[in-house]
Design a protein around this ligand. Structure first.
Ligand code: SIN
Length: 561
């Protein structure tokens, strides 16, 4: 269906109007675009890179879903809840576990191909990763699952004739009378445009570029979070940044990932002296949930004053066939996983929180939707179960389009919004609003570089935090201007998005005076029952604590004067 029905409104500004605009071209964005086009909506996908170039393609391990017995959605649900350290939304997590298998069958029908069982019995090969009680994880090309998922979705998007605009950068949302009606964006030549849509879907991925050590591509600049926050939408759970325990210790950006599936096939973590790291730490040993493994590595590295530990994959059978991407990347750096122990250290990997959404991906701003890593759907709680991210993108993008098709127009009290967002009506993003950051740095010289911010975030707001380290990160964030209502240009907007996200993350991490899942406070060890709730961040406000519905006791705020 042709989408351009608008007219030129002023020099260099073209107004386009579509039913649905999708920002981002990873698994969440493209599966939404395909589904929306299938139900007859006019769709435009805006992506700041080329279609197919997204974090999705870096996914190695696979997609976890209960595709066949003896596995079951109940078991997948209970593993996900256990990994999430008390903060998964049970309703959203049930949706993920129950609807996941059908969404994967739909993806296969679109052309995605997963590795079959080696035996005569028909079905898929299933790998195991941290926190899974059974072999459940489907993979493609051994360890190239994201590449295959992205390939199939790009082909399906093109086949459904959804319009794709590559190299288009969306810098801010247009909010009129409290409703999101599209975005301001620049085309590949840098010309400004307004692209208007009845509904706008954020599928812009994560925030890895906030950290110096990350598995994410440099594109992951928190664009959706920054835009949503500027428009008055609520963010939540942003203190929960998942660190992948086993990124190859190497200066490359992104850090080469050594999939948890290696440990699922028998690889072991070893400390600086060669001892087995996870022995006695957790009943699941090397396959403990990711937060447990990452913090065990980080703490050991600090105690021994070393920059990395070791992954011993020398015992993995058929490592070349099963993990061709990893083997090739190691060999290109002179390492042979069949022979050498591999140097590893944790790296920022995935944001468990994000833009707060209900069970259908509706945000607190009508007309604005979010799915995939940018969204806090509630299924990851304080720590995402390995290989649940592609599934999250598939399941909640599907629900979002189905909700739009049946005429839903704004968020309900469900999912992470079941207890409310902690804020009243959403402001109109066209008005100038207070920033959570100081307006100006003291002198031009005081403005630090993005690189300095990334190093600071890795050191001070990384795997293990304290109030002092977080205050130091906050001070560096404060020296950026940040929070512009309509930032000019791509670089300024990306930096602004990272600074906004950094502020939300650090303010929430300071406020949460406990250790839970991926949020580990050395000065507040242990999980506290009184913190069984979410921190919501909205523009102009300190993080707002909303207890989970069954919990009534608010936490103390000892650090707040
Ligand atoms: C991995 O393969 O270890 C990463 C998978 C994930 O992040 O879920």
């Amino acid at each position: 269906m042709p989408s351009d029905v608008g007219a030129t409104t002023e020099a260099a500004t073209v107004t386009t109007t579509v039913d649905m605009m999708v920002l981002g071209s990873g698994v969440a964005g493209l599966s939404a675009a395909v589904r929306a086009a299938e139900v007859g909506m006019s769709v435009v996908v805006l992506t700041k890179a080329e279609i197919g170039n997204s974090t999705t393609r870096y996914a190695q391990g696979g997609i976890g879903a209960a595709m066949e017995e003896p596995d079951s959605p109940e078991l997948h649900l209970s593993d996900t809840l256990a990994a999430g350290a008390g903060l998964c939304d049970p309703e959203a997590t049930r949706v993920l576990a129950v609807e996941g298998p059908e969404r994967i069958r739909e993806l296969i029908a679109l052309g995605a191909s997963f590795d079959p069982r080696a035996s005569e019995i028909p079905g898929f090969a299933r790998g195991r990763e941290g926190g899974h009680s059974v072999r459940r994880v489907l993979h493609a090309g051994g360890d190239a699952t994201g590449v295959e998922v992205e390939r199939a979705l790009v082909a399906a998007t093109r086949a459904r004739a959804a319009e794709v605009r590559e190299g288009w950068f969306a810098s801010s949302l247009i909010v009129e009378a409290g409703r999101c009606v599209g975005v301001r964006a620049s085309d590949p030549a840098g010309m400004p445009h307004e692209v208007r849509a009845t509904n706008t879907l954020l599928a812009t991925g994560g925030i890895g570029a906030l950290y110096a050590v990350t598995t994410n591509p440099p594109l992951a600049t928190g664009d959706g979070l920054g835009m949503a926050w500027r428009a008055g939408a609520a963010l939540c759970d942003v203190e929960f940044v998942q660190f992948h325990p086993t990124a190859l210790h190497h200066p490359a950006r992104p850090r080469p990932l050594l999939s948890e599936a290696l440990r699922g096939e028998g690889a072991h973590l070893r400390d600086e002296s060669g001892g087995l790291l996870m022995e006695g730490v957790h009943p699941l040993g090397d396959l403990a949930p990711r937060d447990v493994v990452a913090s065990a590595i980080a703490r050991r590295m600090a105690e021994a004053d070393v920059e990395h530990l070791w992954l011993d994959a020398t015992g993995v059978v058929d490592v070349d066939e099963r993990f061709p991407t990893i083997v090739a990347s190691c060999r290109s750096l002179g390492l042979d996983p069949g022979v050498d122990w591999l140097p590893v250290a944790p790296a920022a990997h995935y944001l468990c929180g994000g833009v707060a959404v209900d069970l259908d991906g509706a945000t607190t701003v009508p007309g604005l939707w979010a799915c995939g890593e940018v969204a806090a759907s509630g299924v990851h709680g304080a720590n995402r179960l390995a290989s649940n991210s592609l599934l999250d993108g598939l399941v909640f993008s599907g629900r979002c389009v189905e909700a739009l098709a049946r005429g839903k127009s704004s968020a309900e009290r469900s999912g992470v919004l079941c207890g409310g967002s902690g804020r009243g009506p959403v402001p109109d993003g066209n008005t100038s609003l207070d920033s959570i950051t100081p307006a100006e740095p003291e002198t031009a010289d005081a403005v630090p570089s993005l690189e300095a911010l990334q190093v600071t975030m890795t050191r001070e707001a990384g795997v293990v935090r304290t109030a002092e380290s977080l205050e130091r990160a906050a001070a560096v964030l404060d020296s950026f201007r940040g929070g512009a209502t309509f930032p000019d240009g791509r670089e300024e907007a990306e930096l602004d998005n990272l600074v906004i996200t950094g502020h939300a993350l650090v303010a929430s991490a300071l406020r949460r005076e406990e250790s839970r899942g991926t949020h580990q406070r050395a000065d507040h060890p242990g999980t506290r029952e009184g913190w069984l709730g979410r921190l919501f961040v909205t523009r102009g406000h300190e993080p707002d604590y909303v207890p989970l519905p069954s919990v009534r006791t608010p936490p103390t705020r000892s650090h707040v004067p």
